[in-house]
Design a protein around this ligand. Structure first.
Ligand code: NAP
Ligand code: HSE
Length: 428
């Protein structure tokens, strides 16, 4: 039997407590699978006195996560505090400098500093593992770095933020407003400490940037992800999309094109009957396409205590077993710099606009669309009030620039307020 693998866990919130719980409850199973004991030696959080629902008195306490990371009785520093900089990054750097491996669930830190941290770790012979950082309980990093390592990956796409999917699907199912559902997502432990990371699409953008790096052998480039959140999606959009056979999802797509690396995270319409369209609640789905394997679909809980802790444990188990892979699937110094490309592939779009209810208004809209080369596929108008009426248009495939040009040129004497335009994604 090998020596125990000794963990120092910084962060005892939703994920940290989940990890402590599994290690306590599954000690025998973990030992049988790795051939060694997995032992927690020390923990850290902000408040020592908080009741966290798990016994912690067996473990040494450190107020300072950096001190925890540097302890002699810690082999692996488990970073579960969050935040792209501050204590999480300081303690991760301290752990690597002190010769420890690192396991983290922190996509924000890796999306911003992943390349530098990976180079530091690899030059010191240490590993950084982060299965929990992308799509919670779904073993997607393992799938990409191991199971699909023999493929040239052509596209990665999916729903990667449980909070947004929960809010969007529950708005439709319960007719409740955004605020009530946001509070419920919080109760379920889905939300980031700064919820704008969730609803603004930033958290999902962090995940997409990490997936892109491993999929395409490029340095993480979060700044080039085209981002749009779900804050402007209304019940009206959800109903209208439903009426036309679609669901609204915060969808991420990354693909290598002749023009460079395209990465976008934005609300999209997908067919209601497609697997992505039927994804409910906090569930995530990642679709990976490779030249040899074809299409792989991974689906599962994207957030919450158990699923996220499950992913953290898979990294700890790999380290206990002696599996040591580079952070982004190949040595960090060999990753190429991605050339960012704007999403230019034409797609159909859903447009909702409020039109003044007077003769010729619709004709003016159709003329502006036509002048920009945007062709109408389907159109509906309903729910007139005294002076105006909502018009819903589905276009044929069109480049986004043509659509933007048309929307900018809309005649303010017939269009009330700003039109909403959402891409319709082709999903096979
Ligand atoms: P959380 O519930 O807010 O817990 C954060 C923990 O970190 C708390 O225990 C907090 O201490 C501690 N902490 C914060 N700042 C600290 C500091 N300066 N020094 C020491 N401890 C500090 O967060 P979480 O949901 O568990 O998320 C943790 C990480 O996992 C984040 O990177 C998040 O993005 C990622 N993640 C979360 C989920 C999820 O479903 N929740 C899923 C995937 C990935 P106190 O408790 O004393 O305040
Ligand atoms: N806030 C994230 C989500 C947690 O809702 O998906 C998992 O990363």
């Amino acid at each position: 039997m090998s020596d125990p693998l000794r963990l120092g866990i910084a962060g005892l919130g939703t994920v940290g407590v989940g990890v402590v719980r599994i290690i306590r409850q599954q000690a025998a199973l973990l030992e049988a699978r790795t051939g060694r004991k997995i032992a927690i030696t020390a923990v850290s959080a902000r408040s020592k006195d908080k009741d966290r629902g798990v016994p912690l008195s067996d473990y040494a306490w450190e107020d300072d996560p950096v001190a925890l990371a540097e302890r002699d009785d810690v082999d692996v520093f488990v970073e579960l505090m969050g935040g792209d900089a501050g204590p999480a990054k300081d303690a991760t750097e301290a752990a690597l400098a002190a010769g420890k491996d690192v396991v983290t669930a922190n996509k924000a830190m890796l999306a911003h500093h992943g390349q530098a941290l990976a180079e530091t770790a690899e030059s010191a012979g240490r590993v950084i593992r982060y299965e929990a950082a992308v799509a919670g309980g779904i073993p997607v990093m393992k799938a990409l770095t191991e199971g699909l390592a023999g493929n040239d990956i052509t596209r990665v796409m999916g729903v990667m933020n449980g909070t947004c999917n929960y809010i969007l699907t529950q708005m439709q199912a319960t007719r409740q407003g955004y605020n009530a559902l946001f509070a419920e997502a919080d109760k379920l432990g889905y939300l980031e400490a700064d919820p704008n990371l969730d609803v603004g699409g930033i958290d999902a953008g962090h995940k997409l940037a990490l997936l892109s790096s491993v999929a395409f052998g490029t340095q993480v480039d979060f700044d080039s992800v085209e981002l749009e959140g779900i804050q402007n999606i209304t019940l009206e959009d959800i109903d209208a999309a439903d009426d036309m056979g679609y669901r609204i999802k915060l969808l991420g797509v990354a693909q290598m094109t002749g023009r460079g690396l395209e990465q976008r995270m934005s609300p999209c319409l997908v067919p209601s009957t497609s697997p992505l369209g039927q994804l409910e609640g906090g569930t995530n789905m990642v679709v990976i396409e490779g030249d040899a394997v074809g299409q792989i679909v991974l689906r599962g809980a994207g957030a919450g205590e158990g699923p996220t802790a499950s992913a953290v444990l898979s990294d700890i188990i790999d380290i206990a077993r002696g599996l040591r892979l580079p952070t982004f699937g190949q040595p960090a110094t060999t990753l190429k710099t991605a050339r960012p490309a704007q999403a230019a592939i034409p797609a159909p779009y859903y447009i909702r606009m409020q039109l003044v209810d007077k003769p010729g208004a619709l004709a003016k809209v159709a003329a502006v669309l036509g002048d920009a080369g945007v062709s109408i596929d389907r159109m509906r108008q309903y729910g007139h009030n005294d002076t105006s009426a909502p018009v819903l248009i589905v276009t044929h495939k069109t480049p986004r620039v043509a659509l933007d040009e048309a929307l900018q040129n809309m005649d303010a004497s017939v269009v009330v307020g700003d039109p909403v335009a959402i891409r319709i994604e082709t999903v096979d």
